[in-house]
Design a protein around this ligand. Sequence first.
Ligand SMILES: NC(=O)c1ccc[n+]([C@@H]2O[C@H](COP(=O)([O-])OP(=O)(O)OC[C@H]3O[C@@H](n4cnc5c(N)ncnc54)[C@H](O)[C@@H]3O)[C@@H](O)[C@H]2O)c1
Length: 374
Amino acid sequence: MKEVHKHRHEQRKHRSGQCHEASTGTLFLSAADVAHIVACKGLDACLAAMVDYIRDDFLRWPEFEKSARAASHSAQGVIELMPVADAHSYSFKYVNGHPGNYRFGLPTVMAFGVLADVNTGLPRLLSELTLTTALRTAATSVLAARVLARAGSRSMALIGNGAQSEFQALAFHHLLGIDTLRLFDVDRAATAKLMRNLERSGMQIAACNSVAAAVEGADIVTTITADKARATILTPEMIAPGMHINAVGGDCPGKTELHADVLRAASVFVEYEPQTRAEGEIQQLPADFAVTELWQVLGGHAAGRRHTTEITVFDSVGFALEDFAALRFMRDAAQELGIGHQLDLIPALADPKDLFALLAPATAQAQLKGVLAA
Ligand SMILES: NC(=O)c1ccc[n+]([C@@H]2O[C@H](COP(=O)([O-])OP(=O)(O)OC[C@H]3O[C@@H](n4cnc5c(N)ncnc54)[C@H](O)[C@@H]3O)[C@@H](O)[C@H]2O)c1
């Protein structure tokens, strides 16, 4: 990859007669490139590294310029832009959520994103983020569960067995020691797919006939369903003292998974409060319902789980800083492994004020064609 880049850079210098060292190249990572990175490093290693990258950025929380994501809603779903920046780097993610997409052979969630230099605005990395989002969401869930779930948690109910579910299951298995899974999905084929994909994971896995059956006796409950509705996947009678609820699927206005009384009985933790008030489970509750931002717990500024019988909820909606960290991880891994290729996304100009020169060869060609045709 480096060779290719060097060659292109030389070509540009030759074309333009320039000799300065500035590079306008943008590293591009396709979905296949990211899958290749995961294959080279191992899924558990990638998830573990992703947890570290996300934790490192959450510990620098005050250094970031943050905002709730910008959402464009339609009857079928939502398209969102998620920007965040520190003094050096800026990132954004484009992501959608269309629960009916399976009817068109498309995933519910699809994403890509950019990591750019703040000093110049140059986009350094353009990457797929569909697979990466599944990794970063699972890593964030584990990061939260480490401070919110009961020590020694071994069993997890996993409600919603779609695209994200394997990543949640394997992250909790490898990084938190979950060895028993109880599954439920309204679509039995999704559960069968999940069981097939986890066949060699070493976990004990049971498919259940209802949410209540899956949740019974579980230390942790992960809800990761997709429905553009105010669903009540978990109701108060299903919840036992000491449970940790990793609520991931309710992430849009009008799209929730928990009965409001489950939240009232719990200590609730969120990523970025202004965004979660609009998009998370707590949209069902008054604006003064007390919540704690995860970064405060990670930084030692607030308590996580306080006792073994406390019910904790991680009201996850997905925050831009997780994608910033995920893009950093993918960039570093790609550079280490020599994966991806350089895009000429931004023109390389001999004179940065002479953008018009970019048209010169094409204009000359067109004129020549005109002469020959005459
Ligand atoms: N919080 C975050 O950071 C984050 C990140 C990624 C995805 N998500 C959300 O997670 C959810 C799942 O994403 P996905 O990519 O796995 O979607 P998916 O469509 O691939 O899977 C969702 C599954 O939920 C099942 N389901 C729907 N309603 C159900 C119900 N009432 N009970 C049980 N199962 C039900 C569906 O049959 C489907 O198999 C989506 O809502 C998505 O928006 C959140």
